[in-house]
Design a protein around this ligand. Structure first.
Ligand code: ADP
Ligand code: MG
Length: 700
């Protein structure tokens, strides 16, 4: 038996159990060894029956005295009752609902160990354990099992179909008994020694068979040295793989953009305002990367409204003034249009040709646009997935901006990047990403963070109203409009059905424009509108021709109307935290006091927590952390294909500090490996074991 042995070859695992294990992703011995207990129970409290006290968890070694299936009126319950003795004066009662099958298992005269919570039977006043975990002592078949399910710190596994925790323990026992090979430990020894981590085999064994001396609390917190070792290892492979990938990308030849006087002059000419300190610092980081003769791979993070667009525009100028074209990929059409409008405005006086290419261009327009792009006539093209089509060719693509929104996979990014000759790449995110997630998902990118808002911003005032007080909200909107301001009213897209949200938005538009604000101009925006209409509506709102804009979440990102001071979010309980924060970022962009109003129906606990967080905090990084805690790392991005590596043992939330440690160790190991051979060994281990799982397309 070795690590690759299929589990069906293990005694006690037939085809049926094999299939159930397989469904849990467990097909080899190694899979099983890496299937960690959910928790542990201390079953070492061994007591004679005479000393048992109601309420305690105890293990009792005793003999079956009587056993019967009770003759209940409702036969299907099949209550199995047995009495047990150990020479004490009293006996112990055990009861199992649906225990008919036990009639052949627990027969009088047999010695067993029982584990469970001791109670007093309300009928007889006798000591009782309901559904005790039992273990047959010294029987022939289960001979090897004594002390497996009781009498020690016992691991509890999550069941796989009918494979219960108990069966898991038995199978694991057999594996450990007949497994002779040990396990290869590729984790560099220097690291293991410095961090005092046990070797892989010892750690695995101790996790399934904790030594008596192990601290139960540490085990249950996944913080025994053995747990730390296994968690560290998983993060270490991931982070080493990422670091190798980053190093490799850095070593490639790319474009060395020149930062000559003309570039600086053009940037100055474009800037509509004085950049903040953070914007300056971040641009310097980007410009330095762009000047180097290697491709840039940089992530630009910043809270909503921190001014990422202007930084992207500055970087675009560097590329364009060096004679290259720029492509900006946006996740939605509305956002693409919004970017298109901003860039056109910013670049107007520079004489740049700005184009927009999206799915709703007519075929004729597309053909013409593609020609202009291929000829090099277009300086910057902004678009959606349409940009990725094979027949979109550039004359000289040198800089790619991806407005990420976590919606693009690695493959999609590559499709655009490959249209150029190793262009520099800037990935922008709409809202902050928790540090741990950024380290795992975007670990191969260098990071720049804008951590300062433009001057003169007043924090948005956030308030929560239950549905039945929506009238108050309307009067607030009326007041603001009276003062010359504008308002958004947003509906959630429910379960990705834009159609439903559109209907709700349409109904509300009708309601608001006809009955609530008959004197105001109310616009409507949703994802199903033709793009010309979308653009027209957005431009009209921007110009102040609409006082109120009713919208589905298509508005979520990018919209920039400084005169808008009210963001009313309907059914706010349906929104994720980051999404609400993103929406809130649409207001508070001018000098006036702005408001974010969350209107909700009935709230469950986590929805309450989300609303409370929104009302209390406006810090995007804090909100992102909370969002991840409430939804879990897998749900944070709200999309299935988030590119999050599937971890087996480690947990980004629980094990954040081990991740930090592994990251630091991985970086220093890759940058200063003890020997080239040690690095090769680790790289090839990652290649064979972890590459696919972590989505590391190429490593080393
Ligand atoms: P983000 O994309 O990071 O959410 P934007 O780039 O849309 O933010 O910028 C938000 C708003 O702040 C825009 O109206 C923009 O013109 C303005 N802005 C950005 N930087 C500055 C600055 N340094 N000074 C004044 N206003 C700024
Ligand atoms: Mg470069």
């Amino acid at each position: 038996m070795d690590l690759n042995t299929p589990l069906t070859y293990v005694k006690g695992v037939g085809p049926a159990r094999g299939a159930m294990l397989e469904a849990k992703g467990l097909s080899t011995v190694e899979d099983l060894l890496l299937y960690l207990p959910l928790r542990y129970e201390d079953r070492t409290n061994l007591k004679p029956i005479a000393q048992l006290a109601p309420g305690e968890m105890a293990v009792v070694i005793c003999e079956v005295r009587t056993a019967r299936v009770s003759a209940f009126k409702r036969k299907n319950i099949g209550m199995f009752e047995a009495t047990f003795g150990d020479g004490s004066r009293t006996t112990l009662l055990g009861k199992w609902f649906h225990g008919g099958y036990l009639a052949n298992v627990l027969v009088p005269g047999m010695r067993v160990a029982l584990y469970g919570k001791v109670e007093l039977d309300s009928w007889t006043g006798q000591l009782l354990i309901m559904h005790p975990e039992y273990e047959v002592m010294g029987g022939d078949e289960e001979e090897g099992e004594a002390g497996l399910h009781t009498g020690r710190i016992v691991p509890i596994y999550e069941a796989a179909g009918k494979v219960t925790a108990k069966i898991f323990r038995s199978i694991l026992k057999r594996v450990f008994d007949s497994f002779t090979g040990g396990m290869e430990d590729v984790l560099p020894e220097a690291i293991r020694e410095r961090l005092k981590l046990p070797d892989r085999w010892t750690a695995t064994k101790n996790i399934h068979f904790p030594p008596e001396t192990e601290d139960l609390r540490l085990l249950n917190a996944f913080r025994s040295q053995s747990h730390i070792r296994m968690i560290f290892e998983e993060f270490f492979w991931l982070e080493t793989g990422i670091t190798l990938k980053r190093m490799k990308a850095r070593a490639e030849t790319g474009i060395a953009f020149e930062l000559h006087e003309k570039v600086r002059g053009t940037i100055k000419q474009m800037l509509p305002f004085k950049p903040t300190g953070a914007q300056k610092r971040v641009l310097a980081e980007i410009a330095k990367d762009m000047a180097e003769p290697h491709p840039m791979n940089r992530l630009l993070q910043g809270d909503v409204g921190s001014g990422k667009t202007i930084v992207a525009a500055e970087a675009a100028i560097i590329a364009i003034e060096n004679g290259y074209q720029v492509a900006l990929l946006a996740p939605t059409e509305i956002l693409a249009t919004q970017h298109y409008l901003s860039f056109r405005r910013l670049f107007e006086k520079l004489g740049y040709v700005v184009a927009s290419l999206t799915g709703s261009n007519t075929a004729k327009e597309k053909t013409k646009l593609k020609q202009f792009i291929a000829d090099g006539f277009v300086n910057i093209v902004i678009g959606t997935h349409a940009l990725l089509e094979a027949d979109v060719e550039f004359q000289k693509l040198g800089f790619v901006i991806i407005d990420e929104q976590h919606r693009f996979g690695v493959i999609q990014r590559l499709k655009l990047i490959e249209k150029g000759q190793r262009p520099d790449v800037l990935v922008m995110t709409a809202t902050p990403i928790p540090r741990t997630l950024a380290m795992t998902m975007y670990g191969d990118l260098d990071t720049s963070i804008i951590d300062e808002l433009p001057p003169g911003r007043k924090p948005v005032r956030t308030q929560h109203f239950p549905e039945d007080r929506v009238e108050q909200v309307y009067s607030l909107i009326a007041q603001q409009v009276e003062l010359g301001r504008q308002a958004y009213v947003v509906y959630p897209v429910i379960e990705e059905s834009e159609t439903q949200a559109m209907k709700a938005a349409q109904a509300m538009h009708e309601q608001l424009s006809r009955f609530v604000f008959p004197d105001l101009r109310v616009g409507l925006l949703h994802g199903k509108m033709p793009s010309d209409d979308k653009e027209a509506t957005m431009v009209a709102f921007q110009r102040g021709e609409y006082q109120i804009l009713v919208s589905t979440t298509v508005i979520e990102v990018g919209v920039d109307v400084p005169n808008a001071t009210v963001m009313l979010i309907e059914q706010a309980e349906r929104f994720g935290l980051s999404q609400m924060h993103q929406l809130r970022g649409r207001v508070g962009r001018g000098a006036e006091q702005s408001y974010c109003i969350l209107v909700t129906g009935k709230l469950n606990d986590t929805a309450k927590e989300r609303i409370r967080t929104m009302v209390e905090s406006s810090d995007g990084f804090y909100i992102a952390e909370m969002d991840m805690k409430l939804r879990g790392p897998g749900e944070f991005f709200g999309t299935k294909q988030s590119g999050l590596p599937s971890l087996r043992i480690a947990n980004i939330l629980r094990d954040a500090e081990i991740l930090e440690l592994a990251r630091a160790e991985a970086v220093s190991f890759v940058e200063r490996p003890p020997s080239p051979d040690a690095l090769r060994r680790v790289a090839s281990w990652i290649q064979t074991h972890w590459q696919r799982r972590y989505g590391l397309v190429q490593v080393g």
